[in-house]
Design a protein around this ligand. Structure first.
Ligand code: AMP
Ligand code: MG
Length: 314
C-alpha cells in the first residue's frame, strides 16, 4: 500500500536527478514498453494516428477540471483532455480494424491529489471498429502480457536496480462489477480491491460519460470497464463500447446536464451517420511505467513532472 506525500517523494527525486541512473533505467523500461505496444498493435493490424491538441470539442470527462481553452482568431479551441471523440470519428472514417494514438492529455485537476495524477500525461488511446467489450478486453490482456514479458526479459538489470519485480499476469484477468464492489467495500472500493489483488483485474459497469454505451437491455447500465493494477496502484485504463447514434448521444448529453451545442462539431458527424459501433480504451503511459518500475509517485516517471498544486519548473 502506497502512502507517501507528493512533496517528499518529488524532493528526493529532484535532488538525485543529476547523479544517479534512476531516470535512465526508468526511461529504458518506458522505451521497451512502448516498443512492445507498437509491435503488438502492428501485428493486430491497427494503424497509428498522430494526436491533435487543439479542437473545438474534447472529452467532457467525468469529474470537474479547470478550463483549458485558448482563443485563436475568434475560435475557441480546447486543449485535448482525451482523444475519445476524435477516435470515434477516425475509426468510422477508415476501413481498418482499428486505430491507436499516443496523445498528450491536459487535465487541470481541481481536487484530485494522488500519487497517480498529473496535469499533463500521455495516453495510449485504442479504438476497434464494430467490436464488443469482451473482444477489446481480451486484446488488452494480450497486450499487457506482451509488455510485461518484454520489459521483464529486456530490462532485467534496470528492474533490479529499481527494486522492481515484474510478475507476468495470469489470464483471463478477474472481472469485478463496480456495483458489487460498492456494496462490499463502500465508496473506497477501488483502492480496497487494488490493495488486495496480486494480479491485473477488471472492474465493469460504471455510470459515466455520454459516449460509453448504455446497455440496450437495462437503462442506466453501461457496457464499460476499467483495467486495474494490483498492489494499490489502482486504475490503468478506462474504456467501453460506444454509443454513436445522434438521438441517443443528444439525450445522454442532456441527461448529464451538459449542453449539446458544446459538442456541435462532433454531433454533426453523428447526425450525418458518420460514426459507427466501436469499443476501445485509454491506457495511461506514466501509470504503466510507474507500475512497471514500482515508483511511489507518478511524477517520478518523468523529468518534467506536472503535479497538481505543485509549481511547474520546466
Ligand atoms: P480516463 O479516461 O480519464 O480514465 O483516462 C484514461 C487513463 O489515463 C486512466 O485510466 C489513467 O491510466 C490515465 N490517466 C487519467 N487521468 C490521469 C492523470 N491526471 N494523470 C495521469 N494519468 C491519468
Ligand atoms: Mg478512468
Amino acid at each position: 500500500v502506497i502512502n507517501v506525500t507528493t512533496e517528499s517523494v518529488l524532493k528526493s527525486s529532484t535532488s538525485t536527478r543529476k547523479t544517479d541512473s534512476k531516470y535512465l533505467d526508468i526511461f529504458r523500461v518506458q522505451t521497451e514498453a512502448l516498443l512492445a505496444i507498437h509491435d503488438f498493435l502492428y501485428r493486430e493490424e491497427l494503424v497509428q494516428l498522430m494526436p491533435v491538441l487543439l479542437s473545438p470539442v474534447t472529452d467532457p470527462l467525468n469529474h470537474p477540471v479547470y478550463d483549458a481553452a485558448i482563443n485563436y482568431k475568434d475560435q475557441e479551441l480546447q486543449l485535448t483532455k482525451s482523444m475519445i471523440l476524435h477516435k470515434q470519428v477516425a475509426v468510422a472514417a477508415l476501413d481498418a480494424r482499428g486505430i491507436y494514438i499516443v496523445s498528450p492529455n491536459i487535465r487541470l485537476e481541481k481536487d484530485l491529489h494522488s500519487n497517480r495524477h498529473l496535469l499533463e500525461f500521455s495516453q495510449l488511446d485504442i479504438e476497434l471498429k464494430k467490436t464488443s467489450a469482451n473482444e477489446f478486453m481480451s486484446m488488452m490482456e494480450s497486450l499487457m502480457a506482451c509488455i510485461f514479458r518484454r520489459v521483464k526479459i529486456v530490462c532485467s538489470e534496470e528492474l533490479e536496480r529499481l527494486g522492481s519485480e515484474i510478475h507476468l499476469p495470469k489470464r483471463p484477468f478477474k472481472i469485478y462489477s463496480s456495483l458489487s464492489l460498492l456494496e462490499e467495500f463502500g465508496e473506497g472500493y477501488e483502492s480496497e480491491i487494488s490493495n488486495l489483488e496480486k494480479d491485473l483485474f477488471w472492474i465493469t459497469d460504471f455510470n459515466r460519460e455520454f459516449y460509453d454505451r448504455e446497455d440496450p437491455d437495462e437503462r442506466g447500465h453501461y457496457i464499460n470497464y476499467d483495467l486495474f493494477y494490483p498492489e494499490g496502484y489502482q486504475e490503468a485504463l478506462s474504456g467501453g463500447e460506444r454509443d454513436y447514434e445522434y438521438e441517443v448521444l443528444v439525450r445522454k448529453i442532456r441527461e448529464r446536464g451538459q449542453n449539446p451545442s458544446d459538442f456541435d462539431a462532433y454531433l454533426d458527424y453523428a447526425k450525418k451517420g458518420l460514426l459507427c459501433p466501436s469499443a476501445g480504451g485509454g491506457l495511461g503511459i506514466e501509470r504503466l511505467v510507474r507500475f512497471l518500475t514500482k515508483r511511489i509517485h507518478i511524477g517520478e516517471t518523468t523529468l518534467f513532472p506536472r503535479v497538481p498544486d505543485t509549481k511547474i519548473l520546466m
